[in-house]
Write a protein that binds this ligand. Structure first.
Ligand SMILES: [Ca+2]
Length: 351
């Protein structure tokens, strides 16, 4: 018991005036509690953790950015042009050509076609061009301690960041990332970095910031771990005579047998078995509202970022990349008239 606590217990006449100080002295701050937990659970000296946290800054701009993620407000017709640009596609084809052997190896090892891995790295960071301008320590510190709606999640990520930094021998203040703390070419959160990032070039380090091979292998491994089925269906347009109930739409209704959708009047352009499984998606396109089935692999992409808009952008971009990769003369011919990459946004880091 410290001196201030003794004063309070002794009933000192000054006790009331000292209450605020006493409370500070007797009750550990959230940061002190965090540091104590890091020592107990991970064996990292709490004084080191407290010293690390003292280097962290609270960033009000990060809290502002968290309140309105782009994909929460934009319909597909406005969302798609942000990611599906000629410039990004040409960058993707160049990335694919440069790392063709590594992508082929990843496809063989994880069962994920190259175009999906190239699409993810393109949508996330435009092939390492935009990996985030925030110190990861600041981002996670801000969201763990000063953003109550997501505090439990980001406190967990801050814990994993301290452990990751120790494992990777990083200075805590060095890694840069998105405003949510996602890092590297594939924008991995600390938990994902520790669990699923792989050393795919075999140099003994897992470096998602500077080693494309590690980023490629890590995205492939992430998809495989989250249930990617090689050759599985992705998305299929369907229609309804009358607007289906909202309870049938993803994510309220997840991937499930199609019986209830057929019962609601769903019509598909190909024959589907009622016991096949898919989620029902809706997108507001330029010519109105359209429905689609999203199959297992579509949902796997949403494990990278939960937004169906994001998953569709990855899916369509992958198709464009593959077509351009197989027809190199077309990609070259359009490059002279393409606009610059239109994105200031790194991944928001749900993975
Ligand atoms: Ca490596």
């Amino acid at each position: 018991m410290n001196t201030q606590c003794k004063l309070l217990n002794a009933g000192s006449v000054f006790a009331a005036l000292l209450t605020a100080m006493v409370m500070t002295g007797c009750t550990p701050t959230p940061q002190q509690q965090f540091a104590a937990r890091m020592q107990t659970q991970y064996g990292i000296d709490k004084r080191e953790v407290e010293a690390g946290l003292q280097q962290a800054e609270k960033k009000d701009d990060i809290i502002a950015l968290m309140t309105k993620p782009a994909e929460a407000v934009k319909p597909w017709k406005d969302y798609a042009p942000i990611f599906l640009t000629d410039a990004r596609r040409n960058n993707g084809v160049a990335f694919w050509r440069e790392h063709a052997d590594t992508l082929a190896k990843a496809e063989q090892q994880f069962g994920v076609p190259a175009e999906y891995i190239v699409a993810i790295i393109g949508v996330e960071t435009n092939y390492g061009r935009i990996m985030g301008k925030h110190r990861v320590l600041d981002a996670l510190n801000t969201l763990a301690f000063y953003y109550p709606p997501r505090s439990p999640y980001f406190t967990g990520e801050l814990e994993q960041f301290f452990v990751l930094a120790r494992e990777q021998n990083w200075d805590l203040t060095t890694p840069m990332g998105s405003y949510a703390g996602a890092m590297g070419m594939g924008q991995f959160m600390p938990t994902s970095y520790r669990k699923w990032a792989v050393d795919f070039d075999g140099d003994g380090q897992v470096n998602l910031f500077q080693t494309p091979a590690d980023a490629i292998g890590s995205v492939g491994n992430y998809f495989r771990i989250h249930g990617w089925q090689t050759g599985g269906a992705m998305m299929l347009p369907v229609s309804f005579a009358a607007e289906p109930a909202g309870s049938l739409l993803y994510p309220k209704r997840d991937v499930a047998p199609l019986n209830d959708l057929f019962a609601a009047g769903m019509q598909a352009p190909v024959a589907l078995q009622p016991d096949w499984q898919a989620a029902l998606l809706v997108f507001d396109e330029a010519d109105g509202r359209h429905y689609y089935l999203g199959f297992n692999n579509f949902r796997v992409i949403t494990r990278y970022n939960k937004s169906p808009l994001y998953a569709r952008a990855v899916l369509e971009f992958a198709g464009q990349l593959k077509a351009a990769y197989l027809q190199p003369s077309t990609a070259t011919a359009t490059s002279a008239t393409t606009p610059p990459a239109n994105s200031s946004r790194a991944g928001v880091g749900s993975r």
